[in-house]
Design a protein around this ligand. Structure first.
Ligand SMILES: C[S@@+](CC[C@H](N)C(=O)[O-])C[C@H]1O[C@@H](n2cnc3c(N)ncnc32)[C@H](O)[C@@H]1O
Length: 277
């Protein structure tokens, strides 16, 4: 989305303080931007490592979900999000909070990518606890795999309510059964009842399992075996996890047996919710 169009949605006093860097508007001082993620993105691998990585990538098992939210992966979006995005009209503005570097297509609306880290494809570098947007300026919010990484999710939810128009929609994907994963940190998990309580000021339009119990089990096993065979070193941990992720990932396909099980939510890896302001 064009920077000028984004600026029209922002509070005037915040625009005055923003730094224009390439196509990105930066609202954080350098020391507040999460550098670890940026550095790992910018790090150039050696030639051999690049070749090995590209071969492994070809055979990499699906990153997350199979069968529940059909084939969401690091390159595909799940079908619930695609359907959600198709509901927006041309010219509507949808903020993707904690977008990472991924561009999401599939909407006639404008998707604005915001993150605390300066990844490629980011439109706004800001902290979700203090969104630079005007009140009731946005038609939609995407917040996917982010609530667990927030110091104070209640503050962020209040910010989302503030910037969403009345009747505006939020698509949230929220973790339940997942091992610790710091991006850049990791603070909490939510049961389905915890999510309903958390979102009690919104109207829940739709909810369901986004990543099933078998994916949860696979992820726990990869971590479990990664730690066990790490030889207590960071490198050992990474190699072991990489190895076991290929070996263990097929477990995810057992989710086909859980798809219609009403108790599946007791062990779901993540839920999705579409909620109306
Ligand atoms: C696990 S990633 C999820 C990425 C993407 N939404 C997805 O589902 O593939 C979490 C993202 O949230 C971002 N993040 C964490 N804390 C944030 C904050 N306070 N404000 C904005 N973004 C934040 C991280 O930098 C990271 O890109």
């Amino acid at each position: 989305m064009l920077k000028q169009n984004i600026k029209n949605l922002l509070k005037d006093e915040r625009v005055a303080k923003a730094r224009d860097i390439g196509h990105t508007l930066v609202f954080l001082d350098d020391e507040m931007i999460d550098k670890s993620a940026m550095q790992s993105h910018q790090r150039e691998d050696g030639k051999v490592k690049r070749i090995v990585k590209s071969i492994l990538k070809k055979f990499r098992p699906p990153h997350h979900s199979v069968y529940f939210d059909t084939l969401e992966s690091s390159t595909n979006e799940g079908e619930t999000l695609i359907k959600f995005l198709q509901g927006f009209e041309e010219g509507s503005n949808i903020l993707n909070i904690g977008s990472l570097s991924k561009k999401i297509d599939g909407s006639k609306g404008n998707i604005i990518n915001l993150d605390i880290s300066f990844y490629p494809n980011i439109d706004i570098v800001a902290d979700a606890h203090d969104l630079p947007f005007k009140d009731a300026s946005l038609d939609g919010i995407i917040i996917k795999n982010v609530f667990e990484h927030l110091r104070n999710p209640i503050v962020v939810l209040a910010e989302i309510r503030r910037v969403l128009k009345k009747g505006g929609l939020m698509y949230a994907k929220i973790p339940f059964m997942q091992p610790f994963h710091a991006v850049p940190d990791d603070y909490q998990r939510y049961s389905i009842n915890g999510i309903f309580e958390f979102l009690k000021e919104f109207e829940i339009v739709e909810d369901g399992i986004s990543v099933g119990p078998s994916s949860a089990l696979a992820w726990f096993l990869i971590e479990y075996l990664g730690i066990l065979f790490s030889f207590n070193t960071e490198r050992g941990y990474k190699i072991a996890k990489g190895f076991f992720s290929y070996l263990v990932a097929p477990i995810k396909y057992y989710d086909i047996f859980f798809k219609n099980k009403k108790h599946a939510q007791k062990l779901a890896s993540a839920f999705y919710v579409i909620a109306k302001r």
